[in-house]
Design a protein around this ligand. Structure first.
Ligand SMILES: Cc1cc2nc3c(=O)[nH]c(=O)nc-3n(C[C@H](O)[C@H](O)[C@H](O)COP(=O)(O)O)c2cc1C
Length: 360
């Protein structure tokens, strides 16, 4: 595969860049982007100032923080429907959910933010909906479109706990919700997926067939910790590290060229090398949250400069031409390749452990 990548690189498609500005432009969900770095959903996009700062730092697009199904149903007075859908759960589950004032903007403020951001910036603004049921709350996607959102990212966050609910039923729930949104809007819809499917490629392709133009790999789950003295469950956000990138990289590179959607990598993008890896695996864009929250939004401009330098040194002139260079698109048997890679990784570990033992 590496040989193939080199062949592609040297196949007259490129020439030495000699200090010229590299072409960082890409497309995502049919949108023209100036570079592949997108600010993913986080509190950084919760104000107009925050969105402006992301644009000034060089973000090619911004995904707004999510509006949650529960928040929207609350506004629609449709809690009973929701509770019935959730197997007759009591309204206590709504008491558990953070109230509007503590938790993000209310839905009308969210639309106002889209309108203002659309006017004040020149980059695409992507609205985000987080939920899993079909129903009236999804009509909110239409309001987002009318407010000026360039696309909708659907974050299907659902943790199945019912021991009678099969994986298939859960998957149908996801596809129904997606289908519902995709039929309501004319702007592109992407889905932020979890890695926990028994056949991720099948699910990804089903998402495509149900109207997804893009897939964001992956949603990050915030597994709570246990406080064993206080006997409490402690919800906590654990920031990613670059090491976490290997999971989305692997799946994008397996599905690139097979599932006809635009891929975005989310989870573990912290450096320019991470962005380049994401692109080479087959992603159109690399999304960032934790790095920007930790080290500031100016990290985007630093990373963009570093990408330019790297491309210059390695004689690449266009990000688009790099997309999928290291994917498994051309692997004859990806399954066999995966098993062989696993075995090789174990062997490499054993060999290095043996060498350490043999050292005096
Ligand atoms: C504080 C915080 C808030 C987030 N809020 C949202 C959200 O509202 N909607 C969403 O889809 N993802 C949300 N995310 C997830 C990020 O968009 C991203 O997918 C995840 O953090 C992995 O990317 P990273 O490794 O760059 O942080 C949030 C992440 C953090 C750290």
């Amino acid at each position: 595969m590496l040989l193939l990548a080199n062949a592609l690189r040297n196949n007259g498609q490129r020439e030495p860049c000699g200090g010229r500005a590299m072409d960082l432009r890409t497309t995502y969900l049919g949108l023209d982007l100036k570079n592949p770095v997108v600010a993913s959903a986080s509190p950084l996009s919760s104000t107009l100032d925050g969105i402006r700062r992301l644009e000034d730092a060089g973000a090619a697009a911004v995904v707004l923080f999510s509006l949650f199904e529960e928040q929207l149903l609350h506004g629609l007075g449709a809690l009973d429907t929701y509770l019935n859908l959730r197997g007759g759960a009591t309204s206590e589950i709504f008491d558990l959910f953070p109230q509007d004032s503590e938790f993000h903007a209310d839905p009308e403020q969210y639309l106002e933010l889209i309108r203002n951001a659309r006017e004040a910036t020149s980059i695409p603004i992507i609205g985000s909906l987080n939920g899993v049921s079909t129903g009236d709350w999804l009509a909110y996607a239409i309001h987002m479109e009318h407010a000026g959102a360039s696309a909708i990212e659907l974050n299907l966050y659902y943790v199945p706990t019912d021991i009678e609910l099969s994986g298939l039923s859960t998957e149908w729930m996801y596809l129904d919700a997606l289908n519902d949104v995709a039929q309501r809007v004319t702007i592109p819809v992407s889905v932020k997926l979890s890695p926990f499917f028994s056949s991720l490629p099948y699910m990804a392709n089903s998402m495509y067939k149900s109207g997804a133009s893009g897939l964001v790999l992956f949603n990050r789950f915030y597994q709570p910790d246990l406080d064993i003295e206080g006997l409490e469950i402690k919800p906590k956000v654990y920031f990613s590290r670059s090491e976490d990138l290997t999971l989305p990289l692997r799946w994008v590179s397996l599905m690139y060229g097979r599932v006809p959607v635009d891929f975005a990598v989310s989870g573990g993008v912290h450096t320019y090398r991470d962005v380049i890896k994401a692109v080479m695996s087959g992603a159109k864009v690399a999304m960032m949250a934790a790095e920007l929250l930790t080290n500031g939004v100016q990290r985007i401009s630093e990373i963009l400069n570093e990408i330019q330098n790297w491309m210059d040194v390695h004689e690449y002139d266009s990000i688009q031409k790099m997309c999928g260079f290291m994917s498994e698109r051309y692997a004859v048997s990806p399954e066999a390749f995966e098993r062989a890679s696993y075995a090789r990784a174990l062997l490499a570990y054993r060999n290095s452990a043996r060498q350490e033992q043999d050292q005096p």
